[in-house]
Write a protein that binds this ligand. Structure first.
Ligand SMILES: Cc1cc2nc3c(=O)[nH]c(=O)nc-3n(C[C@H](O)[C@H](O)[C@H](O)COP(=O)(O)OP(=O)(O)OC[C@H]3O[C@@H](n4cnc5c(N)ncnc54)[C@H](O)[C@@H]3O)c2cc1C
Length: 347
């Protein structure tokens, strides 16, 4: 193990998936920290929390799935044990095929040894009121993580242990030389004058929660959208992707899009009981943003979790912690050094 650097007081700014996973790593490594959170969450609290190692459009594995998924599974299990709550649903995602071509592609890919642990073979799908004439295929995964419960229960746990949470919008003029600051601000990094050179390209997304007693299934369904059973007749459906909108607001066109997509394969009556919107912190090169500021060693960033924060955050939160404490290197692919040319010094 590398030698430990002088440990400065750590201030985590932001309590979304990035900030909370990092907090757990500091806890596991027995290091103190405080948290600042403005309370206006833009992404983690809207997320469906799905963990999907397969990219359906291209039928490939998602980036680093073989490393990220097992790490995430173990990480959330450890936290469930600490908190004494159930965060992970442990169920499959059932992809409903749209065509014979998709069925054939699935059949050929699922037999490949690189995919067989994730993809089951083609199967008939018989779910009342769900149209699936071409059948479907199951993805073996941990299902979804209840992100709201994760954030709330973790916060209560740490507060109980004496961790201080400042309910405030961190003022960048409060940066000092004695502490380490780790900015986990999601899309709001755009307002952070230390890190706003990083190429954040936010993706607005909307979901609906519907209520019905006309359908019943356990798996998470996917057919160009997801239908996530929440229990007691509630289902979360989503999501939209909009690269123009940078405000966390729901829209009539987002709702319309989701209802139309649902109508393509689902024929049942329901009531819309909730409509939410969030902003995913996506990056132009679709890779997370980790590392230290080009001119100030006390400033770090953990961001760019994009559309897959639940699977990505656990593994990379440990990598960032090890770079802060032991000065260990960060994977080049995610290190913010790759964007250093965009940084303009103000000294
Ligand atoms: C509709 C939708 C569906 C999604 N579904 C999934 C899914 O199924 N699976 C998946 O893995 N991912 C999903 N995501 C993506 C996922 O939500 C993100 O990858 C992840 O939540 C980003 O977490 P974050 O902590 O970086 O950002 P955020 O969740 O936005 O958290 C940032 C936090 O920082 C705080 N903050 C910012 N600036 C300051 C400041 N100056 N001072 C104090 N606090 C500050 C904010 O208040 C906020 O609480 C979805 C996103 C959306 C919008």
């Amino acid at each position: 193990m590398n030698e430990q650097k002088e440990h400065k007081k750590v201030e985590i700014v932001g309590w979304g998936l990035a900030g909370a996973t990092l907090a757990w790593q500091f806890y596991f490594y027995k290091k103190d920290f405080v948290v600042h959170d403005s309370g206006e969450n833009f992404s983690s609290r809207t997320a469906a929390g799905l963990v999907n190692p397969i990219v359906f459009k291209r039928l490939t594995k998602s980036w680093k799935a073989d490393v990220l998924l097992p790490y995430a599974a173990q990480f959330y299990k450890k936290i469930e044990d600490e908190l004494g709550v159930s965060l992970v649903s442990n169920r499959s995602i059932l992809r409903i095929f749209a065509s014979v071509e998709e069925q054939n592609n699935w059949a050929s890919v699922s037999g490949d040894e690189r995919f067989e642990k994730y993809m089951e073979s083609v199967q008939d799908v018989e779910i009342d009121k769900i149209a699936a004439p071409f059948g479907g295929g199951k993805v073996n995964t941990i299902g979804n993580v209840d992100t709201n419960l994760f954030l709330d229960a973790s916060r209560a746990f740490f507060q109980e242990k004496g961790v201080h949470f400042f309910n405030d919008k961190f003022d960048y003029y409060n940066v000092n030389d004695t502490d380490s600051f780790i900015f986990c601000e999601g899309f709001e990094i755009k307002n952070n004058f230390f890190f706003n050179y990083l190429p954040m390209k936010p993706t607005h997304g909307e979901t609906l929660t519907i209520k019905t007693d006309q359908i019943k299934f356990e798996d998470i369904l996917n057919k160009n959208m997801f239908v996530l059973p929440l229990g007691n007749g509630y289902y979360k459906v989503g999501a939209t992707y909009n690269w123009e909108l940078e405000e966390s607001i729901t829209t009539p066109f987002g709702k319309k899009e989701l209802l139309e997509k649902l109508k393509v394969f689902a024929d049942f009556e329901f009531e819309v009981v909730n409509h939410e919107a969030g902003i995913r912190p996506t990056v132009s090169d679709r890779r997370p943003l980790l590392g230290v500021h080009p001119e100030n060693n006390n400033l770090h960033v953990f961001n760019g979790l994009g559309t897959k924060g639940v699977m990505i955050a656990p593994f990379f939160s440990e990598q960032l912690l090890r770079s802060v404490i032991f000065d260990e290197p960060i994977d080049k692919e995610v290190d913010i050094k790759r964007h250093e040319k965009k940084f303009i010094s103000v000294k």
